[in-house]
Design a binder for this molecule. Structure first.
Ligand code: TRP
Length: 431
């Protein structure tokens, strides 16, 4: 079984709140413990520069978010946890991708379009106050994802378009230069709660209705007591529907505990008592993490070291992959003979390639060819292109180990096992 790679970025632009915890940190930490998943988590500080020009705030937020994820149980030994700007290959990949991205694609990005619409509504120039960083945001994000050939990208709904753009950009690059990138998919958690804030709207920094994840116990109690309720008196039955207090409770409580609160609503629990229950329930989950958080925040050197170790792990992949990509686009060592004649564009990528085609017999075939055209593998006729694609996928994932499983392969005289294994190794999705 091959591991699925999950990757997600967190922009360090503020202090994590309970909504971030319930919607992102908690489910991600859980997912990172799965045996069949390899996870990448990073602090997207290059992204933060797009909207923040206060250096101290970026530094502070990076520290707080890193400490929060670690305090919540992210195990840096198990996952790759790093700071984006410690992997400069990402900035380099951004440029390679920029050059295959059409401007029209970026014109359609929601965040950019929203800025333009706002300007137009205010009778300003369309691009007033828009920096090119905002415009390029989706390309930088594509580089984050494609650098590690992530399969799944857990994100909120607002980010799905960016993942689709990363796919488009990857496809275009693959088409021009050969199959280098895995096409990523957005993983939107359907049943993760969106937490309401103090005023009942979605908890968000921009509404100023949030509860800081690691607010001290006393402050947490005070904030919880400020959650909006209605004016029903103690003893009067209360509605769970539309009750922010109830929804927040549900995000922390077991099914049984939730049922108990539902019944208490029915029998007219006083709001003050319900708030007390909520406060205690949140605190029960958060208190041990809060302690770890304080210890980490008191020791930035430890966090710095953890992030640098994570960057080492990330760069162990990013460096050779970037070298491969540079070669693919033609940023090459001059001593190595070029495949193309002078002045002529080489239409063949420098890697072996699978080719799929249909013959007159109506059947679907594939073969594996070296850049020079030498055929290394040839399939027999298959009934559908899907069958051919599935066989190719198996070969990519498992290399020569897949031969036994694939009845459609025929040996070719004069092709050595080593050459074949070497070609397949180059095509491994995570090579
Ligand atoms: N844009 C994401 C956000 O604001 C953060 C991010 C940056 C990201 N790069 C990423 C998320 C790559 C997933 C994958 O939420």
């Amino acid at each position: 079984m091959s591991l699925k790679r999950y990757l997600t970025g967190i922009t360090p632009s503020g202090t994590p709140h309970l909504g971030n915890y319930v919607g992102s940190i908690r489910p991600s930490v859980q997912a990172s413990q799965r045996a069949d998943v390899e996870s990448f988590y990073f602090l997207a500080d290059y992204h933060a520069l797009i909207k923040i020009d206060d250096p101290a705030r970026i530094q502070r937020s990076t520290l707080e978010i890193a400490a929060s994820w670690l305090a919540a149980g992210l195990d840096p030994e198990r996952v790759t946890f790093y700071r984006q700007s410690d992997v400069p290959e990402i900035a380099e990949l951004t440029w390679l991708l920029t050059c295959v991205t059409s401007k029209g694609l970026l014109n359609r990005a929601h965040a950019y379009k929203a800025a333009v619409d706002q300007n137009l509504a205010a009778q300003e120039e369309p691009d007033a106050n828009v920096n090119v960083g905002l415009f390029m945001y989706p390309v930088l994000m594509a580089a984050d994802i494609l650098m590690f050939n992530a399969h799944q990208v857990p994100v909120g709904r607002d980010q799905v378009q960016h993942i689709e753009m990363a796919r488009d950009i990857a496809q275009r690059f693959n088409h021009l230069y050969g199959e280098h990138f895995t096409l990523p998919q957005a993983a939107v958690e359907e049943d993760v709660a969106t937490l309401p804030g103090l005023d009942g709207r979605k908890m968000s920094k921009s509404y100023d209705n949030h509860i800081a994840l690691f607010a001290p116990r006393r402050e947490l109690e005070k904030l919880v007591s400020g959650i909006v309720t209605d004016s029903r008196a103690p003893g009067e039955p209360k509605q769970t529907e539309g009750s922010a207090l109830f929804q927040i409770y549900q995000a922390f409580a077991s099914a049984q505990e939730t049922l108990a609160l539902r019944q208490a609503y029915g029998t007219g629990i006083a709001w003050a008592d319900a708030k007390q229950m909520l406060f205690e329930r949140i605190d029960r989950e958060i208190a041990p993490m809060r302690e770890r958080y304080s210890a980490l925040m008191a020791n930035p050197a430890e966090i710095e070291q953890i992030l640098l170790r994570g960057a080492d792990k990330a760069r162990a992949r990013a460096r050779p992959f970037t070298a491969e990509l540079r070669r693919a686009v033609g940023l090459r060592d001059l001593r190595v003979a070029s495949a193309a004649a002078p002045g002529q564009r080489s239409s063949k990528p420098a890697l072996p390639q699978f080719k799929q085609y249909r013959e007159r017999d109506g059947k679907f075939y594939f073969k594996l060819q070296q850049p020079g055209g030498r055929v290394l593998l040839q399939s027999s006729g298959l009934d559908s292109p899907q069958e051919a694609a599935a066989a190719i996928r198996t070969l990519r994932e498992h290399g020569p180990g897949a031969f036994a499983k694939l009845a459609c392969l025929q040996p070719i005289a004069g092709i050595g096992q080593d050459e074949l294994a070497g070609a397949l190794a180059l095509l491994k999705p995570d090579a």
